[in-house]
Design a protein around this ligand. Structure first.
Ligand SMILES: [Zn+2]
Length: 376
């Protein structure tokens, strides 16, 4: 499978400036090519390249390969734009599309390939700038070091600049491990109060993440009311920080889950998330897509880490997982009068609601994978 990893570049001041200048020059070239393409109505990459290649090299002093990559970026941007417009046309009351040139931010992402970027192990990247290559140490997390150890990393990557820091977005191909034959199943329920609860009674509290979100939502309202440029900047920074925090939490939980499943030689059972947004009730103010996004991210982390580790994953029907009694099978809304606690109206079985849902997810998985060697 292919995964994208974001790798921080550790740059000295001099190299940082060099790289930033290269990025700005490259994006200026992209805007130039874009204008040319628009004037000539030529969006085909090969034809466009033939027409502008020498001009661009001459005017912007880009290397041959960088020029080719800039043309590709422009052609790709127009193609994506066209695809987007096609979609919009399908809507009723199609708006008139005013064709216009696409321009590129001066610090927009810059594409690299094997001819402009290479690696020495996982420590050093050799990156082409306007004046030749620079060798740059990379800050790879221990987790990604483990994942990428011994893999062939090719130079295809995007260079991005966020908040004064350069990162490489690197696509790494990982071999899928043959999944093992599970002897048991662990059900996992994803929620808000608890980000994840499993059928063995363990849960990961969402309190910290929710507190950060709540604090940020309040701050956001305040800053949005202010509307100044610096407020907007602060807002963007907070949003990125929140996303980073949520991502770290998701990495941590998914890693733990997958290791636990492997230790117990179990499959992981999850709800089919396509319906989860409707099931979760959150206060209107919080009902932004960040929740949906965080769920989707956690699931994708669990799935890809499982794939790498050879842990089988089964998705089950999520209907009534929180209302069904794992002991007697009685399904009733009244079984869950409060959000946190489950109490069966028929047999009096009682337990934390999230763990009950996880137990139901587990038994559904065991039904759908009958060859798992345990008694239900
Ligand atoms: Zn019951």
């Amino acid at each position: 499978m292919l995964i994208t990893t974001k790798i921080k570049l550790i740059l000295e001041q001099e190299h940082h400036e060099k790289l930033l200048e290269t990025m700005k020059r490259y994006n200026a070239a992209c805007t130039f090519i874009s204008q040319f393409a628009f004037e000539q109505s030529e969006y085909n990459r090969i034809k466009l390249q033939k027409l502008v290649y020498y001009d661009v090299r001459d005017k912007f002093q880009l290397s041959s390969q960088m020029t080719i990559l800039a043309v590709r970026k422009v052609a790709d941007a127009y193609r994506a734009d066209k695809a987007k417009k096609k979609k919009e046309y399908k809507k009723p009351k199609g708006k008139k599309n005013v064709e216009k040139t696409i321009s590129f931010r001066e610090t927009g992402a810059m594409s690299y390939d094997a001819r402009t970027l290479s690696f020495t192990g996982l420590e050093l990247a050799s990156i082409l700038t306007l004046d030749g290559r620079i060798k740059v140490p990379m800050g790879i997390s221990p987790y990604h070091q483990g994942v990428m150890q011994g893999r062939n990393i090719r130079g295809q990557a995007d260079l991005v600049w966020h908040d004064g820091v350069f990162y490489l977005l690197l696509v790494v191909e990982l071999p899928d491990n043959e999944p093992y034959e599970p002897i048991d199943a662990i059900g996992v329920d994803l929620g808000i109060k608890n980000i994840a609860a499993d059928s063995m009674g363990e849960s990961h509290s969402g309190d910290t993440v929710n507190a950060v979100r709540y604090r940020n939502a309040k701050l956001r309202a305040k800053l949005q009311a202010k509307g100044t440029k610096s407020a907007k900047r602060l807002l963007a920074r907070r949003r990125r920080k929140e996303a980073r925090f949520s991502r770290d939490v998701n990495h941590c939980i998914s890693k733990h889950m997958v290791e636990k499943a492997k230790r117990h030689r179990s499959l992981l059972a999850l709800e089919d998330l396509t319906g989860i947004r409707e099931r979760i009730t959150v206060r209107k103010a919080q009902r932004r897509n960040q929740h949906a996004w965080a769920f989707a991210q956690l699931r994708s982390y669990i799935e890809y880490k499982s794939l790498i580790a050879g842990v089988p994953v089964v998705l089950v029907d999520p209907r009534n997982t929180s209302r069904e009694c794992p002991q007697c099978g009685h399904i009733a809304k009244e079984n869950r009068k409060t959000r946190d606690w489950f109490r069966c109206q028929a047999c009096e079985y009682a337990a934390p609601a999230d763990n009950v849902a996880a137990l139901n997810i587990r038994s559904r998985a065991l039904v759908s994978v009958p060859n798992v060697g345990v008694a239900i």
